[in-house]
Design a protein around this ligand. Structure first.
Ligand code: HEM
Length: 487
């Protein structure tokens, strides 16, 4: 990256004490058109690619304008790190996103700020602790086995597996399983009303994010009324599941000591007399976790399968690692094996670098401040790339377009500046770092190790090129990969 700015300098002081040498007017940026500014470049399913290309063109800090409102895009990694760390005190999530998520009742901790955020965060991190994930591990294995069995039957019938559909169904089964303690089994049957309602909410969230005007705040179209109904139905379902889980915990008191899913853990936390968690907190965070955990992991796995199928050498190395760790069994049933898959870890990091499912984060300055020697006024909207800054920079990652898991494997721990993990932010940073990252990593390991142990991947070279498609999260347009059962 053409880094012409100094290391991040982030001052949140009285405006007249701030020191800086430039303002947003001095920053480079793409030309806009009258009235719209650059808004039209920020619409559609490829806006993240456009913003990422501008980083190469305009450097580590540039300006955009949406209907006359300035936005800065900052990709200098020291600045990103400081911005992310300085939350919730000095920066918050962008307000448009928060409003859209809250309108559909899917916000929870993601949209909370200040003291409310601290409270919600405690609930969610407790619910997604290592112990809870370890206790849920056998269920995750059972759900993955169900998908593998289905794929084997499909191949035995001479049919093709729809990887894109099935990977999303499995991610949904797993996240609803852990967050709500319920086995949807969408992998086998996609007619469950909860799946339909969650799909409807995700579609509305995505389409409202790219709408030029928030018309739904003035009038409701049938799709908006359907989404309202879905939001209501999901809420009622989670309330019912909370009731059933409380009942089960009465019958099986050991679950209090050793919760097997996030909902049980959150119920235990809410019963602590020191806490003041309401059932509404439990509901909104179970839903927020499901929303945060479906497409992020499904897309990551889908991208990884695409990348492995296009890079047979990496696929062969991964298969050898998985075979050595799993031995005679076809599916990992042992928690300890999760620590023995360094190449899979590396393939996951490399997938995040190249194809982040959350390529940009939107922040808002809570007061006048200076970032990277630039004065940013209170209310300034700031976009930061999670991995498309240094992650796609040739000087930081030579041959950056290539999928090379080896970049993440070292004999000795690298120097701070050389450590690739410090150059990208796939799970964000600071106190708001993704609380689902450990779950995501375990899920990727369980699912991908099962796929590699049971199948060979063959990329369909006749298929149209795979596009990066941004809806609410970024995923591949397709997974044109044929599976062959390994004997
Ligand atoms: C590969 C998978 C995933 C990726 C790439 C990912 C990425 C992210 C990113 C970039 C953020 C923003 C962090 C920040 O603002 O600094 C985030 C936040 C969040 N993620 Fe994830 N995530 C993944 C999986 C999950 C899963 C499985 C869950 C749920 C179990 C989850 C739940 C959340 C929640 C609740 C937040 C909001 C945290 C807060 O505001 O304090 N994520 N995630």
């Amino acid at each position: 990256m053409n880094s012409n700015i100094e290391a991040a300098e982030l001052n949140m002081e009285e405006a007249d004490e701030l020191k800086y040498s430039r303002t947003i007017e001095d920053l480079p940026g793409p030309k806009g058109i009258p009235f719209f500014g650059n808004q039209l470049q920020m619409l559609g399913s490829q806006w993240h690619v456009t913003l990422s290309n501008y980083i190469r063109e305009f450097g580590p800090i540039y300006r955009l304008n949406a209907f006359g409102i300035p936005i800065v895009v900052i990709s200098d990694r020291a600045a990103i790190s400081s911005l992310l760390k300085d939350r919730p005190e000095s920066f918050e999530r962008s307000r448009g996103l928060r409003m859209r998520m809250n309108e559909l009742k899917v916000g929870g901790v993601f949209t909370a700020e200040g003291e409310d955020w601290r409270k919600q965060r405690k609930l969610v991190t407790g619910g997604l602790s290592v112990e809870v994930i370890r206790n849920f591990f056998p269920t995750m294995g059972m759900m993955t086995q169900r998908m593998v069995d289905r794929w084997k039957a499909t191949l035995a019938d001479g049919k093709r597996v729809d990887l894109r559909r099935d990977l999303k169904a499995l991610a949904l089964d797993i996240i609803v399983g852990i967050a709500m303690g319920y086995d949807l089994n969408v992998v086998s049957d996609d007619s469950h009303p909860l799946q339909h309602d969650l799909d409807s909410l995700m579609r509305r969230l995505a389409s409202r994010g790219t709408s030029l005007y928030p018309y739904w705040r003035r009038f409701r179209l049938p799709v908006d009324r359907a989404a309202d109904q879905s939001a209501h139905d999901v809420e009622q379902t989670v309330l019912r599941l909370i009731g059933e889980t409380r009942e089960r915990m009465k019958q099986q008191p050991h679950l209090r000591e050793d919760p097997t899913n996030m909902l049980e853990a959150m119920i235990v936390a809410s019963e602590d007399p020191e806490s003041d968690f309401s059932d509404q907190d439990l509901v909104s965070n179970a839903i927020a976790s499901v929303v945060g955990g479906i497409d992020t992991t499904a897309n990551s796995i889908a991208w990884m399968i695409n990348l492995l199928a296009q890079n047979p050498e990496a696929a062969t190395k991964l298969t050898a690692e998985v075979d050595a760790v799993l031995g005679d069994v076809r599916m990992s049933r042992e928690w300890e094996q999760m620590k023995l898959l360094p190449y899979l870890d590396a393939a996951h990091s490399e997938t995040q670098r190249l194809r982040s499912s959350t390529p940009f984060l939107g922040l808002l300055a809570k007061a006048d401040c200076v970032v990277a020697d630039t004065f940013l006024p209170k209310g300034m909207v700031i976009f930061v790339p999670t991995t498309f800054g240094d992650g796609l920079d040739e000087t930081q990652f030579p041959q950056h377009e290539q999928f090379q898991p080896e970049r993440w494997i070292f004999e000795h721990k690298p120097q701070k500046d050389e450590d690739p993990a410090r150059k990208v932010f796939p799970f964000g940073g600071g106190q708001r770092l993704c609380p689902g990252r450990f779950l995501a990593l375990i899920e990727v390991k369980v699912v991908v190790s099962a796929i590699m142990r049971n199948f060979e991947l063959e990329f369909d070279t006749t298929a149209p090129p795979v596009q990066q498609v941004m809806t609410f999260f970024m995923g591949p347009s397709a997974v044109p990969v044929r599976l062959r059962s390994r004997t």
